[in-house]
Design a binder for this molecule. Structure first.
Ligand SMILES: [Zn+2]
Length: 80
């Protein structure tokens, strides 16, 4: 008997297809790239989802946390 050892991976890619809340198409794909905030700040290498049908972008909890951290960074810098 020979089993290939399989270790659980810490990072499981989301393979579940998500329907786009904007257009309803199940064409969401995960992408990593810079995202520009409304105030001009840029969050680099942000992992997020993009609808291939209408181009809408969506963020998971982790991405939202990074955006919030970036915003906070700036408000701290302004206070100094
Ligand atoms: Zn869409």
């Amino acid at each position: 008997m020979c089993f290939m050892s399989s270790f659980p991976r810490s990072e499981t890619p989301m393979s579940e297809p998500l329907p786009c809340p904007e257009c309803g198409a199940v064409r969401m794909s995960q992408t990593v790239g810079s995202y520009r905030l409304e105030n001009g700040l840029i969050v680099k290498r942000l992992r997020h989802f993009k609808c291939q049908s209408c181009g809408a972008r969506f963020f998971d909890d982790d991405a939202v946390r990074r955006i919030q951290a970036k915003r906070q960074e700036q408000s701290v810098a302004r206070a100094v």
